[in-house]
Design a protein around this ligand. Structure first.
Ligand code: NAD
Length: 254
């Protein structure tokens, strides 16, 4: 293991998470992944081979605590934390689409996107504080600063981008600023990387509607996020903190 290059990522087996995981391995970070997904079902075996993987639910404090203790006993210090896991409803054609989320879904989504991110900072951020060094990157969304344009979902029978997603991403921005301020004098930088919609084989008509809202006239490719993530984790970045870097082709500036 390369010293002081341990990065913990949540949701590291998801669509963007596995791209980040691969990127971090290529850039010689030691990777620690927490994901609730069964690793046997994951196609990128190289990521799993080169990382420490915990199949866990980040909304459970007990599970986070177990991981925290395991890493401590094994003297693995987390130098960088990426809060990436979230539950995002994908628009689908279904008569079952609900207009507004029921309480169970609302709670589940907030439990992962907000409580889970908070718990990880509570344990690993506090450890960084003791060492007076660390970086935290929360993964946001363009929906951390704007409301969803529900018109783009009009073809998906009664689908609405859930209010919970907006609350999570706006809340995560609040959490980013809170901890950036709290930890600033401890030499810990806390920032948010907020992608706009990323190409992922979405329905073409839906893509067209989205693109019409974006000045760059295209959605993001995963690769468009790489340099910002690496910059935010770079040890030479010691003064940028509490910021929301929005990578959205200009979607939120018009
Ligand atoms: N895909 C996009 O276009 C897009 C755009 C803007 C922001 N984002 C944000 O990027 C991040 C990653 O999104 P994605 O598209 O890769 O989503 P995804 O659903 O593909 O990945 C999320 C990962 O988190 C894991 N996860 C969910 N709940 C968990 C829990 N309780 N404990 C542990 N792991 C859990 C899932 O198993 C999955 O592997 C999210 O924060 C999302 O809001 C995505």
């Amino acid at each position: 293991m390369i010293k002081n290059k341990n990065v913990l990522i949540t949701g590291g087996l998801g669509f963007i998470g596995s791209f980040f995981s691969k990127l971090l391995i290529e850039n010689e970070y030691n990777l620690i992944i927490i994901d609730k997904k069964d690793p046997k079902t994951h196609t990128q075996k190289k990521i799993l081979k080169k990382s420490i993987f915990f199949k866990s639910d980040i909304s459970s404090e007990n599970e986070i605590l177990k991981i925290y203790k395991y890493l401590k006993i094994n003297n693995i210090k987390i130098n960088y934390l990426i809060n990436n896991a979230a539950i995002d409803s994908i628009p689908k054609f279904s008569k079952k689409n609900s207009h507004l989320p029921n309480k169970e879904d609302w709670n589940k989504e907030l439990d992962v996107g907000l409580t889970g991110s908070y718990l990880l900072i509570k344990y690993f951020g506090e450890d960084m504080k003791k060492r007076k060094k660390g970086k935290i990157v929360n993964i946001g969304s363009d929906l951390s600063v704007i409301a969803p344009n529900q018109d783009i979902y009009s073809d998906f029978d009664n689908f609405l981008k859930p209010v919970s997603y907006s609350v999570i991403k706006h809340g995560l921005l609040g959490m980013t600023k809170y901890f950036a301020s709290l930890y600033a004098k401890e030499n810990i930088q806390v920032n948010m990387l907020s992608p706009g919609p990323v190409y992922n084989k979405q329905n073409k008509k839906f893509q067209k509607k989205l693109i019409s809202l974006i000045p760059a006239k295209k959605m993001a490719n995963k690769e468009d996020l790489s340099q910002t993530l690496l910059f935010l984790l770079n040890d030479k970045n010691n003064y940028l903190t509490g910021q929301n870097i929005i990578i959205d082709g200009g979607r939120t500036i018009i």
